[in-house]
Design a protein around this ligand. Structure first.
Ligand code: MG
Length: 333
């Protein structure tokens, strides 16, 4: 890491954030038994059946079309348990409130958090509240820790991925990123687009029951391309995506074209990327498409024995997909 001070790009899920985690947090806190690539980890003294994860939320604005920071604080954490193959059960909640926040707004956000918890089947069982002085916080920050358990023997993991496996996404990408961006007044744009912020449990439960499932991840910060890079970095395998197959809403595509964003790097908050063996990929796709949240699921690429993360373009060329560097949209989750 060459930087001497933290920048917004250290929070974007891309190269700078990976370096920050490797060189500060992992250097001091590394645990040889821990899978540092995982979304959630099993606790060995609970016979590897209890799983834990944690996440912080600083999205701006606090409410946006299709969601708010309250729902996000539940789904963001529970979805990490879900893609690990676990069932979420309990949450802790840390609340950092900035002096001056409207109490009616706080009430709406916590009501939304409670609704999301109820829908997901989790209970908030521990919490803490801090208030910071005006100007020292972005209105409201939340942090949730999620505890879940494995109900099935399936343990999707990155090291199970093999050359030839197919890459599936459960629905259109980039909705959350663009919906939050459009909700920021500074852009002066308005669209009818809503965040996809939701529980992915129905999607993960459906695939955990199928043979050939290798790996699941929710493409949040850094989007689909970043998940592909995480696989590439951890396994040395290559990935070739196929641009025409990737589901992207026209409205997302046109905002991206107008403002110069690449939807492959935009956050989703209710989608799943699945790596499935070639012979089981069509069954997995059909299983997803039968669910309301998987109707636009697609097979978008495959794993290669080596080589880069790339994409066959609409025009038939091959485009190398870089690891994310600059933060296209800070404070998106
Ligand atoms: Mg995740």
């Amino acid at each position: 890491m060459q930087d001497t001070h933290i920048s917004l790009a250290h929070g974007n899920g891309g190269r700078f954030m990976r370096e920050l985690i490797d060189e500060i947090f992992a250097r001091h806190l590394a645990n040889p038994g821990l899978d540092v690539q995982a979304d959630a980890v099993a606790l060995p003294w609970c016979a590897d059946r209890v799983v834990i994860t944690t996440d912080g939320f600083s999205v701006q604005p606090l409410e946006f079309p299709g969601g708010d920071i309250g729902g996000l604080a539940v789904h963001g954490t529970c979805n990490d348990l879900a893609v690990s193959g676990a069932e979420p059960r309990y949450l802790s909640l840390n609340v950092f409130i900035e002096e001056g926040l409207e109490i009616a707004l706080l009430d709406r956000l916590i009501a939304s958090l409670a609704r999301a918890a109820e829908e997901t089947g989790v209970k908030v069982v521990a919490g803490d509240t801090k208030v910071v002085r005006r100007g020292e916080g972005g209105g409201l920050y939340l942090a949730t820790t999620g505890i879940g358990h494995f109900r099935t023997p399936a343990r999707p993991a990155m090291n199970a991925i093999q050359p030839g496996d197919k890459v599936l996404v459960s629905g259109p990408i980039g909705d959350h990123g663009i919906a939050v961006m459009l909700a920021r007044e500074q852009f002066g744009l308005r669209g009818d687009l809503a965040s996809d912020c939701a529980s992915v449990l129905p999607l993960t439960r459906a695939l955990l029951a199928l043979p050939g499932l290798r790996f699941l991840r929710d493409p949040t910060r850094g989007g689909l391309a970043t998940v592909m890079h995480e696989i590439h970095a951890a396994t040395g395998l290559g990935i070739r995506l196929e641009e025409p197959a990737i589901p992207i809403r026209d409205s997302v595509r046109s905002v991206c074209e107008m403002l110069g964003y690449d939807p492959l790097y935009l956050a989703c908050e209710g989608r799943v990327v699945a790596l499935v063996s070639a012979e089981n990929a069509d069954t997995a796709l059909q299983t997803w498409r039968e669910l309301p949240q998987g109707q636009q699921a697609a097979i978008v690429g495959s794993v290669t024995a080596g080589g880069p993360v790339s994409m066959l373009t609409e025009l038939g060329g091959e485009r190398y997909l870089e690891e994310l560097e600059d933060d296209p949209l800070p404070r998106i989750c």
